[in-house]
Design a protein around this ligand. Structure first.
Ligand code: GLY
Length: 261
């Protein structure tokens, strides 16, 4: 039996104190895992707590695009090789639930209006997301990695996108290897300026660094940010290792919390 565990972050970048809010999500994941729930359930439900909390740039608190719209990205990947993501979905307060609903489908991802049409067909709640104005100083993205007692891992990420971006812009969160990567008994998730994360395929490369060196999570995340990200670009990472240990590292403020049963 594997040790159940969870690690989560509340976005890279200065902003209001979000530590207690992140801990609330990790606590939810812990309750689910302790009750015998799956890694997918724990990661999704913790992510929903973050999407429903307007302090975070995800779901309800997603930042406005340059045209005043709110469009949301979310992704879910599992260690048994399943993947779901939505890109630029509107009127959907909990895009992570739509991503989760894609896990067992023939398709992996949906973008824009097509995502919402599919969500309607599946009965996902549709409601205007008011969002909040963009700010230089605000956290971006939420992420949760959970591991259940079978050793299965799930990684959920969700965002309104980096501030001051046009409608239609795609960041790292829905892109495998960029905003997240789960494989075997390891997982990595990123937060921060999505363009830099995507150009460097940051999550996959940090995963590969952990796997190939067998070194510490902290060392691999530090390597990823120091070597692959330009100075002055805000980026953060969380990761989970083979023993269920969860860690976070950032070159800016990034609230993160972890739990291990
Ligand atoms: N990291 C979130 C985004 O750039 O969209």
């Amino acid at each position: 039996m594997a040790t159940p565990a969870a690690v989560a972050h509340g976005g890279a970048g200065p902003g209001p104190d979000r530590k207690a809010n992140v801990e609330a999500g990790v606590q939810r994941a812990a309750e689910i895992l302790q009750a015998g729930g799956s890694a997918v359930e724990a990661a999704v439900e913790a992510c929903v707590i973050f999407e429903d909390d307007p302090v975070f740039n995800a779901g309800t608190g997603g930042v406005l695009r340059n045209d005043g719209s709110v469009s949301l990205d979310a992704s879910l990947q599992t260690s048994d090789g399943r993947l779901g993501f939505v890109i630029g979905i509107r009127d959907t307060p909990n895009p992570i639930r739509v991503a989760a609903d894609l896990l067992d489908e023939e398709i992996n991802g949906l973008a824009g209006d097509g995502g919402r049409v599919w969500a309607d067909a599946r009965g996902h709640p549709k409601a205007a997301v008011v969002g909040r104005p963009p700010k230089e100083e605000s956290g971006d993205t939420v992420g949760v990695i959970a591991r259940d007692s079978t050793g299965s891992i799930a990684c959920a990420t969700s965002t309104g996108g980096t501030s001051f971006r046009p409608a239609g812009r795609v960041g790292d969160v829905p892109l495998p290897g960029s905003g997240f990567w789960v494989e075997g008994n390891l997982a990595v998730a990123a937060t921060g300026v999505g363009e830099a994360i995507t150009r460097s395929l940051l999550s996959y490369r940090v995963y590969e660094r952990i796997r190939s060196t067998g070194g510490s999570l902290d060392a691999a995340m530090r390597w990823g940010i120091d070597e692959l990200i330009d100075d002055g670009v805000s980026v953060g990472l969380i990761s989970m290792g083979a023993e269920g240990e969860g860690r976070g590292h950032s070159n800016t403020d990034m609230p993160w919390a972890t739990w291990r049963g």
